[in-house]
Design a protein around this ligand. Structure first.
Ligand code: ADP
Ligand code: MG
Length: 362
């Protein structure tokens, strides 16, 4: 296990800069997830840490040792890709042993390490099979097993579950979480575009956008205290509602009124009155209310009954953007019906005109 530290890391391909100065400190033994939309630079950042690509400027250390110019094997990393990248003509055992053979490990050591990894991943019965005789989920476990046998200082995963169907994805996600706790102390860096994987696996999450870090924090920090509108809408599903609003200052408490809404929410904000702000409320923080207590009122334009919950889409007069409320599945909501919603003040967020969160007064 290693502490991985990046300082002002820049990556450019020719004239095109794709990572614009990344500062990041990953603790030894931490499970760190990089999340962000496609093209934001997650894989590039992972490949820089792996040593598969050179950084253009900045510094990178593992446990204080500069690794900028070291090859992947000198860095002691192992990487698992979305495409399993197994050798088709080799058995599972041979695939898992390949790196060890290259490193000239002894036969007994290879045998022990491959069998230990196979046990951890429950693929012992398949050791003599070829990759084509395995399911997608089993193949991905072989690829993970191959990484384990190398005893890496840092495990790197690049969207390892993307090729699996939904059920298998859920199951393999749990296995990866178990793997991290079983391999106590191994540093893992995991790339995904899926915020559910990020939330469920990470000790901490790095949210990336256009080659920059938007926020780093624990899953609950990102959920409860998003630094800006982008993070607020990326974490959580359906996304946080963002509504244009106006803030009026009161005694120790501001009133945040959504434009065109039917009421205001008291929030203790730093700073005084402001217009052109946005109010952010998650669908799960809206509740049905009496008309007089409502912050939002409007006709229901669409209903999605999911059983446990019902998603009500409310037309609040904002162009194409309905307000989404996640209500108990037993709520009787029909399209066309006018409903009234109140918002939990403690779970309400306010963002300035640039999208940055306005902090709460201490
Ligand atoms: P992500 O993994 O988040 O989807 P990538 O790290 O693969 O994103 O890509 C980030 C950006 O870098 C993209 O705009 C992509 O086109 C660009 N990029 C990646 N690899 C190369 C390359 N070898 N040459 C030029 N541009 C690249
Ligand atoms: Mg990628």
């Amino acid at each position: 296990m290693a502490r991985v530290k990046l300082e002002n890391v820049v990556k450019a391909y020719g004239d095109v800069e794709v990572l614009h100065g990344i500062d990041l400190d990953i603790n030894a033994g931490e499970f760190m997830v990089f999340v962000g939309p496609s093209g934001c630079g997650k894989s590039t950042l992972l490949r820089l840490i792996a040593g598969l690509e050179d950084i253009s400027s900045g510094s990178m250390t593992f446990d204080g040792e500069m690794v900028n110019t070291l090859s992947p094997s000198q860095r002691g990393i192992a990487m698992v890709f979305q495409s399993y990248a197994l050798y088709p003509h080799m058995t599972v055992f041979e695939n898992m042993a390949f790196g060890l053979s290259l490193a000239k490990a002894g036969k007994d050591e290879i045998d022990r390490k491959v069998r230990d990894a196979a046990e951890i991943l429950q693929i012992t019965p398949y050791l003599e099979r070829l990759p084509k005789e395995l399911s997608g989920g089993q193949r991905q476990r072989v690829a993970i097993g191959r990484a384990i046998t190398r005893d890496p200082r840092v495990f790197l995963f690049d969207e390892p579950l993307s090729n699996l169907d939904a059920a298998l994805r859920g199951q393999t996600r749990i296995e990866i979480a178990n793997l991290h706790s079983r391999m106590a102390g191994s540093t893992m860096i995991y790339v995904t575009h899926d915020q559910v994987e990020a939330m469920t696996l990470a000790d901490r999450i790095v949210v990336l956008r256009d080659g920059r870090i938007e926020q780093v924090g624990t899953p609950m920090e990102l959920y409860t205290q998003p630094a800006n509108v982008f993070v607020a809408q990326f974490i959580g599903a359906p996304s946080m509602n963002i509504v244009p609003a106006t803030v009026t200052a009161g005694e120790g408490m501001s009133q945040v009124a959504p434009n065109g809404g039917s009421g205001a929410i008291p929030v203790p904000l730093a700073g005084g009155a402001q217009d052109r702000v946005s109010l952010g409320v998650r669908p799960e923080d809206l509740t049905l209310a009496a008309e007089g207590e409502a912050v939002f009122s409007g006709p229901v334009s669409h209903v999605e009954q999911l059983g446990e919950v019902v998603l009500a889409y409310l037309d609040i007069g904002q162009a194409d953007t309905p307000l989404i409320a996640k209500l108990p599945g037993t709520s009787r909501i029909e399209r066309g019906q006018v409903i009234h919603l109140s918002a939990d003040p403690s779970a309400s967020h306010v963002f300035d005109a640039k999208g940055a969160a306005i902090p709460r007064a201490a």
